[in-house]
Design a protein around this ligand. Structure first.
Ligand SMILES: Nc1ncnc2c1ncn2[C@@H]1O[C@H](COP(=O)(O)OP(=O)(O)OP(=O)(O)O)[C@@H](O)[C@H]1O
Ligand SMILES: [Mg+2]
Length: 237
């Protein structure tokens, strides 16, 4: 099984955003996408999810068009329902698929450190906490493919590192195919099996860096630093 992005092009009017993007992610692999602000990462993720339409090209899962129910999406902005508390936001995603299971929602909230905050409404949670509710909501429906758009951007360094480790632990359990957008090269090298490096807009794939290091990865390891350097070189040129 493989997720294929093939020759995807997208413009918004005169603004050319994606210029023939192609790459593949093997089922169960963790891919990160990096590229500078405004290059088209969110646009690409939305096209993969079917929220936006490409002008040209295909998104295929095992050779067939991707199905909406295969996908879990963690948005760059949290998009929680303000009139539902944390646990109700997570169970809403389940209800949409005809599942009534608040135990499951509760378990996921506990997993991301939100025990005790189940009945808090979005406006009573911090930005990082709202993001974590968003992650629970995407995970709870047990998608085959998990698309994550800078989910840890609003977290402090310590919580961020803890969430990275937590995400890898969850991922390791049932090996979903993950596409994770981040600005942080350090985060990408820590998480990914492969890093897809995008150029400035209109975005092209300039490199796919395979990270051949055992997990959990040591950020002070020579190889880690070398991988960081390789990705950074592309982005600063
Ligand atoms: N709905 C839209 N209509 C018009 N232009 C859009 C639309 N969505 C995105 N764009 C433009 O497409 C370009 C890429 O936006 P996108 O959100 O994909 O960037 P990004 O790589 O995710 O950036 P960031 O890292 O800041 O989140 C930007 O120039 C943006 O203005
Ligand atoms: Mg974005």
């Amino acid at each position: 099984m493989v997720l294929t992005v093939r020759n995807v092009r997208k413009s918004y009017g005169q603004l050319e955003v994606l210029d023939s993007i192609s790459f593949e992610v093997e089922e169960g692999n963790f891919a990160c996408i990096v590229g500078e602000s405004g290059c088209g990462k969110t646009t690409l993720l939305k096209i993969i999810a079917g929220i936006e339409k490409a002008d040209e090209g295909d998104i295929l899962y095992n050779g067939k068009p991707i199905r909406n129910e295969d996908i879990g999406y963690v948005f760059q902005d949290d998009r929680l329902l303000p009139w539902r508390n944390a646990i109700e936001n997570v169970s809403f995603a389940l209800e949409m698929r005809g599942i009534k299971n608040s135990d499951k929602a509760e378990r996921y909230l506990e997993l991301v450190g939100l025990k005790g905050f189940e009945r808090y409404y979005p406006h009573q949670l911090s930005g990082g906490m709202r993001q974590r509710v968003g992650i629970c909501r995407a995970l709870a429906v047990n998608p085959k493919i998990l698309l994550m758009d800078e989910p840890f951007a609003s977290l402090d360094a310590q919580t961020r590192n803890r969430m990275q480790t937590e995400l890898l632990r969850i991922w390791d359990k049932d090996r979903k195919t993950v596409i994770f957008v981040t600005h942080s090269i350090d985060e990408a090298v820590f998480l990914a099996d492969e890093i897809v490096v995008l150029s400035k807009r209109p975005a092209k794939v300039i490199d796919v860096v395979r990270i051949d290091m055992e997990r959990p990865r040591d950020r002070t390891d020579e190889r880690f630093i070398e991988y960081r350097r390789r990705v950074l070189k592309h982005l600063s040129s």
